[in-house]
Design a protein around this ligand. Structure first.
Ligand code: SF4
Length: 183
């Protein structure tokens, strides 16, 4: 494991958490999104990111004290009012620094709305797995993960749902987190 991996894993494990029962968001929920995953999707925009990628399009989402807190219950109720969606995608910010709140919402929409669940992360699959805990539990509740930081020198806008060549679209086995296929 590299020194960089160790720093990233510590960032995952020690990130400031939202108030219990709340999630910290950077903006309103979105619906009918077609660029952050397959089909029509609701999007949850989380606030707080330790990655600080050069060329990030959303630097205003980095501050862990920015954005606003809202209960996960309210998010679920609002998502339930979005008709015709195939799933929900968690975007950032960095969803995996508040994994408990994200997993609560992910599990609820799967059970009650029948939606699939995707997430973006600036961390890699391997870093999340090594961090374990709530981050790994959230990953196990996903159908797909787009992983890795945005690297400006590897920017490629022709990739599906990704901004740079190092990022992967990983299709996952629900409940185990096993990688089924990748693009
Ligand atoms: S992980 Fe995403 S939100 Fe965070 S700095 Fe990188 S591109 Fe920006």
């Amino acid at each position: 494991m590299s020194d960089w991996d160790k720093i990233v894993i510590k960032n995952i494990q020690t990130a400031p958490q939202p108030t219990e029962g709340y999630i910290r968001l950077s903006g309103p929920l979105e619906r009918d999104n077609i660029v952050n995953g397959d089909g029509l999707r609701a999007v949850v925009w989380t606030q707080g990111c330790p990655n600080h990628c050069k060329g990030c399009q959303n630097p205003e989402t980095w501050d862990f004290n920015g954005g606003f807190e809202v209960t996960t219950k309210e998010i679920c109720e609002r998502l339930a009012k979005f008709p015709g969606q195939n799933g929900v995608t968690f975007c950032g910010g960095e969803p995996f620094v508040q994994p408990k709140a994200c997993k609560e919402i992910a599990d609820w929409v799967r059970k009650n709305l029948g939606w699939n669940v995707w997430s973006f992360s600036g961390f890699t699959y391997e870093q999340i797995k090594a961090a374990g805990g709530d981050a790994w539990e959230f990953l196990k509740s996903l159908d797909a993960l787009i992983d890795g930081p945005f690297i400006l020198s590897q920017k490629d806008l022709s990739l599906r749902y990704r901004g740079s060549k190092n990022q992967r679209l990983l299709h996952l086995e629900l409940g185990t987190g096993k990688i089924l296929s990748q693009e």
